[in-house]
Design a protein around this ligand. Sequence first.
Ligand code: SF4
Length: 189
Amino acid sequence: MGLEATMPVDNILTTQVQAVINWARRSAVWPMPFATACCGIELMATAMSRYDLSRFGAEVFRFSPRQADLMIVAGRISTKMLPVMHRIYNQMCEPKWVISMGACASTGGVFDTYAVVQGVDQFLPVDVYVPGCPPRPEMLIEGVMAIQRIIDEDNLPTDGRGKRVPLNLALEPNYEPAAQPVDVTVGLS
Ligand code: SF4
């Protein structure tokens, strides 16, 4: 069903040009996968039919930075890899956004060593952090939707105080916590 089915085609719409530009950009985000470790497997799963990132218009993964506007850093970044990541980011089109996917990309994770970057936000302007080790595909999709909400607000009036409107983003657990163990007693009571 297209828009024509829900509204008469001889109607007139008025809107801001910026709103139309934002709508076009948020509906066709082209990610640049910078996957260096196990988070990359979840990144791949996100684009497969089970999770279907295509529903959000962001399934066109490009392996050329000149055709991408969303860098997804998925995995730990070694100091040797850092210049490569920087170069690819600099070659991407403007405007561009960055998702830091997983604990390793955001903080170095368990790899607290001299050879691993302890958070890519020291070197890239990260817009959205997706927590987890690894994050599930649903969480990455939520991260992409958060990017879309950021694009929606781009260059449009803010809350009047010059601040970006909060995203109201919260991930609730989708399971019931198991009952906790009963009190442990030691020795004879
Ligand atoms: S956050 Fe976990 S799953 Fe992701 S790259 Fe690091 S160790 Fe692997």
